[in-house]
Design a protein around this ligand. Structure first.
Ligand code: ADP
Length: 308
């Protein structure tokens, strides 16, 4: 079975005057249908850019992006509008972006249904159903200002789910909430994911809240890494040997050789093909101004080579 979300080498660059800001540098990742994934990373890492691309609010500069059967690079005009209205629901950190202040909770939920052409009776039925689902059946006639921050985000989730999307994207949905409300919102998202078989991708800077997801990915400087905290911890033995977790060993298994770079932010193990070595040296010779910052570099020989 193929993945529900497939990002292949997704690049997003913005023009900022004469400069170009590269927010995503070739992102590769997949999500299964019904999976809940949290992305954590510092400000400016590219998290919102990634959500915007998946929500059809922006286009990648390069790469492939599939959600279900939809190739997001090919969606335009009416089909793109349909995708945004029916296939994906968004929850933002700022309540003002999620809800109209002058409308009641019920009216806010009915708005995307109206845009989708739902009949009056259907709109009422669905709004009631959703208010029940987020535990706010008694707040239908309340405007956002009459609700607490946590309740407002619950209504925002109901709005996002109004047209029964398969994908829920949430950008720091708990960012403006205290811990107790943050936990409640994460629990609600997880419950709804199970009830409605939603696929959920959310951004958070809170590692404890990220733990409500099935999987946590880290995004830094536009590049994704897998968070391994839930897996076996690497062990450094006395003689300097490191026992790496299974996932890392799988990543490195097919490499001809592995380069080790000591960078300011940590140590990078990079699987490489033998011939890449030469082309990289050549490139560095031709383009010295584009060469990466100096790194300590040496090769790890594979054990089986040594045994041979
Ligand atoms: P995050 O959500 O992790 O804070 P963003 O995706 O918002 O990161 O931003 C990633 C990088 O792209 C940042 O350097 C940011 O300044 C830049 N960026 C984001 N949106 C734009 C834009 N519309 N125009 C120019 N630069 C942008």
């Amino acid at each position: 079975m193929s993945a529900f979300i497939r990002c292949q080498q997704v690049v997003k660059a913005y023009k900022a005057g004469a400069h170009e800001v590269v927010a995503l540098r070739g992102i590769d990742f997949e999500m299964e249908e019904g999976e809940m994934v949290a992305i954590i990373g510092p400000s400016g890492a590219g998290k919102s850019s990634l959500l915007n691309l998946l929500g059809g609010l922006d286009r990648p500069t390069a790469g492939q992006l599939m959600v279900g059967e939809q190739n997001l690079l090919e969606l335009k005009g009416r089909r793109l509008a349909t995708y945004r209205l029916h296939e994906v629901g968004f929850v933002w950190q700022q309540v003002s972006r999620n809800l109209f202040a002058h409308r009641t909770a019920q009216q806010n939920i009915m708005l995307p249904l109206t845009l989708a052409g739902a009949k009056r009776r259907e709109r009422g039925r669905r709004a009631k159903e959703l208010l029940d689902a987020v535990g706010l059946a008694d707040k239908a006639k309340h405007k956002p200002v009459q609700l607490s921050g946590g309740q407002q985000q619950r209504v925002a989730i109901a709005v996002a789910l109004a047209n029964q999307p398969r994908l829920l994207l949430a950008d720091e949905p708990t960012g403006s909430l205290d811990r107790e409300n943050g936990v409640q919102v994460m629990r609600l998202i997880r419950e709804l994911r199970e009830q409605l078989r939603l696929t959920v991708l959310l951004v958070t800077h809170d590692i404890e809240l990220a733990d409500y997801a099935d999987r946590v990915l880290t995004l830094r400087d536009g590049a994704l890494g897998q968070d391994l905290t839930k897996q076996e911890t690497p062990v450094v033995e006395d003689d300097g040997r490191i026992r790496l977790p299974e996932t890392v060993r799988e990543q490195l298994a097919k490499a001809d050789q592995i380069s080790v770079e000591v960078r300011p932010e940590g140590v990078l193990l990079r699987p490489e093909k033998a011939e890449e070595d030469l082309s990289e040296k050549l490139l560095q010779g031709i383009l010295p101004q584009d060469a990466p910052p100096p790194v300590h570099r040496f090769r790890l020989r594979r054990q089986k080579e040594r045994q041979a």
